[in-house]
Design a protein around this ligand. Structure first.
Ligand code: IPD
Ligand code: CA
Ligand code: CA
Length: 255
């Protein structure tokens, strides 16, 4: 089944790539910050058509079209284009993220980094991979030497202080903090040891599902800001190599 996730993530990634740098329609969701493009919609349609055709009894939770048969044992959790703002402005950092849950537990996840043509995948209990290369999180245990990543929610104007204060604290304490604009790719970079840690508030299940499994299968930790276990429906996430987790919790809880 993991081959199906890989196949459809790559197929929809090709659809997105065919629009990159070309003309496509753009609509606004909640406000001028939150976009949805023709590529988001076509990518999602390809994924949903594939699932409905091959696994008609499975449930689907997808960003642009909501949920279908959500009580089924299997649930596909789909972000058809993670990093829409980057895509719309011509910055080549965006992905397709697909997680598969069985009875509420994520059992498989794939993230396709579209412009780098890298496919990240994980199956519960079998490790995490970038294409055929097995991934492990970084070994760094010093916050001062840590390379971190974060993101900001679209509704940042409504509660700006909290997120910015955390950003300042982390930036002062670490080597550097980056903001790439695709949460799914942020998780992948933690899984492969590029970043030592990633935190964000107000994420959605489709931003979290595949990436969380990738980090865990690469030997890392994913919790809330207090170190408590999370499901994909918790919107506050802290992902790390495990070694700097406690230090990140203290920095996040001080603000
Ligand atoms: C967004 C990206 C971004 C994160 C936002 C997400 P979208 O997803 O993952 O990195 O900071 O919170 O909503 O809208 O591009 O799929
Ligand atoms: Ca997203
Ligand atoms: Ca999206």
């Amino acid at each position: 089944m993991i081959e199906d996730l890989k196949f459809i993530a790559k197929t929809s990634g090709e659809i997105i790539r065919s629009y990159f740098g070309k003309t496509f329609s753009i609509e606004f969701k909640s406000d001028m910050k939150n976009l949805v493009t023709q590529a988001d919609k076509e990518s999602e349609k390809a994924i949903i058509d594939f699932i409905k055709n091959k696994y008609p009894s499975h449930g689907i939770l997808a960003e642009e079209s909501g949920s279908q048969s959500i009580g089924a044992d299997y649930l596909w959790v789909v972000d058809p284009l993670d990093g829409t703002s980057n895509f719309a402005h011509g910055l080549p950092i965006f992905s397709v993220s697909i997680g598969l849950q069985f009875k509420g537990e994520t059992v498989m996840g794939v993230v396709y980094d579209v412009m780098r043509d890298k496919l990240y995948s994980a199956e519960k209990g079998s490790g995490a991979f970038r294409d055929d290369f097995k991934l492990t999180v970084s070994k760094n245990s010093m916050i001062e030497e840590s390379f971190l990543v974060t993101g900001f929610p679209y509704n940042i104007s409504e509660n700006p202080e909290n997120a910015f204060e955390k950003f300042i604290a982390m930036t002062k304490a670490s080597r550097a903090v980056r903001r790439l604009g695709s949460a799914a790719i942020d998780f992948c970079y933690v899984a492969e040891g590029v970043f030592d840690g990633f935190w964000e508030v107000f994420l959605n299940p489709w931003d979290i599902c595949a990436g969380k499994l990738l980090v865990e299968e690469a030997g890392g930790m994913v919790t809330d800001f207090c170190g408590e276990p999370i499901t994909i429906f918790n919107n506050t996430i802290l992902a790390s190599n495990g070694k700097i987790h406690q230090k990140m919790i203290s920095l996040l809880s001080e603000r």
